[in-house]
Design a protein around this ligand. Structure first.
Ligand SMILES: *[C@@H]1O[C@H](CO)[C@@H](O)[C@H](O)[C@H]1NC(C)=O
Ligand SMILES: *[C@@H]1O[C@H](CO)[C@@H](O)[C@H](O)[C@H]1NC(C)=O
Ligand SMILES: CC(=O)N[C@H]1CO[C@H](CO)[C@@H](O)[C@@H]1O
Length: 533
């Protein structure tokens, strides 16, 4: 999973560092090229009311005659106009040129980076549909290679983009790879690993590799200090996925569901050799029989679709709640990731620290999820993230607000992980795959809005965090309306899904219930003993 976790982090986060623009910029005036930066800016750029230099306006005078006359101090009454020959940037906070500073995506074009990010997520929606379908129809391996090759080619293309439209086109195509470039590998591993190790493999391995890769990104960007080289470094490795078929076996479970039982046995035999173990013949025979049955059953599954989730009242309510909750989680999480630029600290360092919180978030989750239960943990983590985001707007910008926002992000990462597992546990087996895909896709739809929420920071720095906080609290409260799924068998049929969680009460918490159950069992025993004696 290591390489794929790296690819995932690259595909997901790389774009942030391709489109950052330095905080300070002002109009370029080529006629004054022979002056120093300070002289030039002093002479040509008007001051704002706070005595800062204007970012988008310059004096509109004939510079040649001004220079010839030896004027070095501007006259405040000179007429002004908008920049028309590009901008100069102060490369202190972002020490390299990005496509945004090269092409001047500032002032009236300052929404371009947000739009390019939204285009990326549109690609993710289309890619989720295409590659999800390929993964089910033609197998996990073709989908895995397809997504990564797509990310590779379009990523390399990005490095040569020279306009807004070519950049957006490339990012759309990279977006096609988003999520499935890793998720398909994740599914293969989950489909091979036994239940006992599943939580561990699923969470810890991502926690380590993905977090490490994401933390690495800002330092790659700073290290090479050239957005094109950076784009190549974060895209070319995806090409390695071409070797997938020689390293990763096709999912045996998928092969069985397709009725390709001999192929799945061939793969299991290979595992047998690698592990130096021997599968007894009678087990192999039993396996073949069970597999044939499963293949028959999955033939019938094809008759269900996502729409069946909305046919009966309880299932419809739960599905709608899952959709809405997932959308708010996705928006809050993505919003926190993108909002690092508005926290008032060095953006590269903040990104690293905020990303590193994903590791403890996952660890904590693995430890307490089963005792507190999905419902209350989802509620508290989302509400907590909301509260901290709101608090962050109330304290001074800088270290205080950034630390509170980072705690908010830590909390929403926990919700993100619960959310995925929760949905998988509530949806009936017959539509689980399709239902999860639909929920994921609605998540991307919601995240399209996020770059624009973050963009509102240009009006007031607090707005994004206020919106994210409100969303978190609202989404968290909705979680309380879902049934608890800890320790329950997953629903198999549509009817199971409809009746799921009937008889649960609002205040039920798994660890308390367990204690009560233990006490009941004890008193029952006592009664029995009393009766006996
Ligand atoms: C800058 O100075 C050089 C040499 O003094 C001169 O040839 C050039 O025209 C000047 N450029 C501008 C834009 O004034
Ligand atoms: C660039 O920004 C840094 C830090 O904000 C500041 O110290 C420096 O004077 C600025 N340079 C120019 C040319 O404005
Ligand atoms: C949405 C998201 O990226 N969540 C991350 C939370 O943290 C774990 C690791 O700790 C990541 O695997 C998740 O991807």
């Amino acid at each position: 999973m290591i390489p794929y976790a790296f690819f995932f982090a690259f595909v997901y986060f790389a774009q942030i560092f391709m489109t950052v623009v330095p905080e300070q910029h002002w109009c370029r005036v080529p006629e004054l090229g022979n002056l120093t930066v300070e002289q030039r800016r002093h002479l040509s750029i008007p001051l704002t009311e706070e005595q800062n230099f204007e970012r988008c306006v310059m004096y509109d005078v004939d510079w040649k005659s001004i220079l010839d006359a030896g004027v070095s101090t501007p006259d405040r009454t000179w007429p002004t106009k908008e920049c028309h020959q590009g901008w100069e940037f102060n490369y202190t906070d972002v020490p390299y040129e990005t496509i945004a500073s090269q092409l001047g995506w500032v002032c009236d074009k300052d929404n371009y980076p947000a739009t390019a990010q939204a285009v990326f997520f549109c690609g993710a929606i289309v890619g989720g549909l295409i590659f999800g379908w390929i993964a089910d129809k033609y197998g996990r391996i073709p989908a895995l290679i397809g997504t990564n090759m797509c990310g590779f080619a379009a990523g390399v293309g990005t490095a040569f983009a020279n306009s807004f439209w070519s950049f957006c086109l490339c990012r759309f195509l990279v977006g096609l790879a988003y999520d499935n470039c890793f998720m398909v590998m994740y599914i293969i591993v989950i489909e091979y690993v036994g239940p006992k190790w599943r939580t561990f493999v699923a969470n810890i391995s991502i926690a380590v590799y993905f977090t490490f890769a994401a933390c690495l990104l800002p330092w790659i960007a700073l290290g090479v200090a050239n957005w094109q080289v950076y784009t190549l470094i974060t895209s070319v490795p995806l090409g390695l996925a071409i070797f997938t078929p020689w390293v990763v076996p096709e999912s045996a479970r998928w092969l069985i569901s397709q009725g390709r039982i001999d192929e799945s046995i061939t793969i299991l035999k290979k595992c047998e050799r690698l592990n130096g173990k021997k599968i007894p013949d009678h087990i192999l025979k039993e396996f073949r029989e069970t597999a044939t049955e499963i293949a028959k059953e999955s033939e019938q599954l094809k008759n269900f679709s996502v729409l069946d989730l909305f046919r009966s009242p309880r299932l419809r309510r739960n599905s709608l709640l899952l959709f809405i909750i997932w959308m708010s989680i996705a928006m809050v999480f993505d919003g926190h990731v993108r909002n690092v630029g508005s926290l008032g600290l060095d953006m590269f360092l903040t990104f690293t620290v905020a990303t590193a919180t994903e590791f403890p978030a996952d660890l904590l989750l693995t430890l307490i999820l089963d005792s507190v239960g999905r419902r209350w943990l989802a509620f508290s983590s989302m509400a907590l993230s909301g509260v901290f985001s709101l608090l962050a707007t109330a304290v001074p910008i800088g270290i205080p607000s950034a630390s509170l926002a980072i705690v908010g992000r830590f909390a929403v990462n926990i919700s993100f992980n619960i959310g995925m597992q929760y949905a998988a546990e509530l949806l009936p087996t017959v539509v689980r795959g399709q239902g999860l895909a639909a929920i994921h896709i609605m998540g991307y739809v919601a995240t399209i809005l996020v770059p624009y929420i973050v963009y509102l920071a240009t009006i007031a720095k607090e707005i994004p965090l206020l919106i994210l906080g409100a969303l978190g609290i609202a989404g968290g409260c909705l979680c309380l309306l879902l049934p608890e799924s800890t320790g329950q068998a997953m629903p198999q049929t549509m009817d199971d899904g409809e009746n799921y969680g009937r008889g649960q009460r609002f205040w039920d918490v798994p660890c308390l219930l367990k204690r009560k159950a233990a006490k009941n069992a004890k008193s029952n025993n006592k009664e029995e003993e009393n009766g006996r004696y």
